[in-house]
Design a protein around this ligand. Structure first.
Ligand code: FAD
Ligand code: NAI
Length: 464
């Protein structure tokens, strides 16, 4: 069997693993990356990118349908229709291009990329089953970046018409009816997209309201839009399995009679689990944090020179967190003094309207012992939002009452995902309300709502 020695072995080629490998290559380290499926991991192949492509196509189709019914902009559209197979082809084209890009970047940084399944034998040795046969890799440092996989419900195992987000991103045609279990990120992003594409969508959520990870104020405009799109939302409801003929889902809403929800597909989106099986973690006996690998502020595991990054290490399971961890670990291995000391990790939900949060909500800030000042600014008072015909939503800022340091920024609205960078920068730079108030924000932009919110907390809002 072939044996190879490297300085750094990265297992998993998702955003965590490939960024770690590129950064390690930039720093002159001898690095190997093992990926069993496709470079780019969940995010690029069956996550962030394909879902956003589908959401965009659904938006475009939704606009065409809206114009065909009433033509507020004076555009006449007649009988729009969608060929989902072509949409999926377009989406796959984007994925293919980006995947090629990741491969080229790895090559440019002299990363040895191996396709195969890796299983740890001990903290420094790994067996890889590759297309060219088994290999043993010995490494000074091992970076575990095996990501996560969809959580299954015991009563609704995946298979047949019970699908995860992966299958939902490549359906052969727009379903007539779609049942979605879970009103979190995936359930609502994809549920909304399919509703716009013309499916009758029912969402079943165990908690009291949709998007329970976000505060109620932020979830409200999303709930309003779901209602306008005709999406049926059953909250405090449990899916207990399929009916014997497999055509409907048995649902038990709290305090109401059990009912059957008929659908062509049943999309289970009740969270994701760190991918710990098959990578030989039992050989390492790492300290765990529930289902995730426990790490410290340097992404070090309980075993020396074994590092873990990304979804494998638990929440928040976001691509940009995985990437930041990956780059940091490469720098630590190269001898730099680094800790993961980010003030905040932005979260964006690509629903309609989109939701962005960075830092603390007003309640979280108070619970952390701060006396706070907070205000919102509605997009109804923002000229750009009007020109985009998307006025539902607002920006919210939370700041310390004593020194005006900003603790949290959130927004709900069409296109607000693009404001997340400005929000993160403000928090990371330790901005005070006066810094935002004193910055010129271009007109007419949605970003002016951020400016106005800071002014409003200071009692100086100009446009509301
Ligand atoms: P992954 O991307 O899961 O990559 C892990 C890789 O390791 C995989 O390619 C896997 O094949 C490989 N692997 C596993 N075991 C082995 C082994 N034993 N040997 C070799 N290779 C192995 N996040 C966002 O920030 N924004 C979004 O908009 C967003 N949208 C999403 C939409 C959907 C539908 C889904 C499912 C997820 C979305 N996410 C989003 C989450 C995001 O995809 C993850 O947070 C991110 O991919 C985690 O990166 P990672 O590198 O930790 O793991
Ligand atoms: P999620 O955690 O966002 O939402 C799961 C939802 O399912 C929750 O509302 C939960 O209360 C509900 N639920 C749990 N068990 C249930 C049951 N038995 N019946 C009914 N409802 C139940 O998980 P989701 O949507 O699967 O996404 C997984 C992860 O992927 C996210 O947490 C996020 O980290 C990542 N992601 C990020 C995106 C983004 O950044 N825009 C987009 C998509 C996914």
């Amino acid at each position: 069997m072939r044996e190879i020695s490297v300085k750094v072995l990265v297992i998993g080629g998702g955003p965590g693993g490939y960024v770690c490998a590129i950064r390690a290559g930039q720093l002159g380290l001898d690095v190997m990356l093992v990926e069993e499926q496709a470079l780019g991991g969940t995010c690029l192949n069956v996550g962030c990118i394909p879902s956003k492509a589908l959401i965009h196509a659904a938006d475009a189709y939704g606009h065409a349908v809206a114009q065909s019914v009433a033509a507020p902009f004076g555009i006449r559209v007649e009988h729009p229709s969608i060929d989902l197979a072509r949409t999926v082809e377009w989406k796959d084209g984007i994925v293919g291009k980006l995947k090629g890009g990741v491969g080229a970047l790895l090559k440019r940084h002299k990363v040895k990329a191996v396709r195969g399944r890796a299983a740890m034998l001990d903290g420094k040795t790994c067996r890889v089953e590759s297309d060219t046969g088994p290999q043993v890799i010995r490494a000074e440092h091992v970076v575990l970046a095996t990501g996560s996989q969809p959580a299954a419900l015991p009563a609704l195992p995946f298979g047949g018409r019970v699908i995860s987000s992966t299958e939902a991103l490549s359906l052969p045609s727009v379903p007539r009816r779609l049942a979605v279990i879970g009103a979190g990120y995936i359930g609502l992003e994809l549920g909304t997209a399919y509703a716009k594409l013309g499916a009758e969508v029912t969402v079943i959520e165990a908690e009291e309201r949709i998007l329970p990870a976000y505060d109620a104020e932020l979830a409200r405009p999303v709930a309003r839009r779901l209602q306008a799109l005709g999406v049926e939302v059953l909250t405090r409801a449990r899916a207990t399995g399929l009916t014997p003929d497999g055509a409907a889902l048995r649902v038990e809403p709290a305090g109401a009679a059990a009912r059957a929800v008929e659908a062509d597909w049943f999309l289970v989106a009740v969270g994701r689990r760190p991918r710990t099986a098959d990578v030989g973690l039992d050989q390492l006996d790492l300290t765990m944090n529930g289902p995730a690998v426990r790490i410290d502020e340097r992404c070090a595991t309980s075993m020396r020179n074994v590092w873990a990054i990304g979804d494998l290490t638990g929440e928040p399971m976001l691509a940009h967190r995985a990437m930041a961890q990956g780059a940091m670990v490469a720098e630590i291995i190269a001898g730099q003094r680094r800790v993961f000391d980010k003030v905040a990790i932005p979260a964006v939900c690509f629903t309609d309207p989109e939701v962005v949060t960075v830092g603390l909500s007003p309640d979280e800030a108070r619970a952390a012992g701060h006396t706070v000042q907070t205000a919102t600014f509605p997009f109804q008072a923002n000229g750009r939002a009007m020109t985009l015909a998307s006025e539902d939503g607002f920006v919210r800022v939370v700041a310390r009452a004593d020194n005006h340091v900003i603790l949290g920024i959130a927004a709900v609205g069409a296109g607000v995902s693009e404001l997340s960078s400005a929000f993160s920068l403000a928090l990371e730079m330790g901005a005070r309300l006066e810094d935002i108030a004193g910055t010129i924000h271009a007109h007419p932009t949605l970003g002016e709502a951020f400016h106005e919110t800071a002014l409003r907390v200071l009692g100086e809002a100009l446009h509301v």
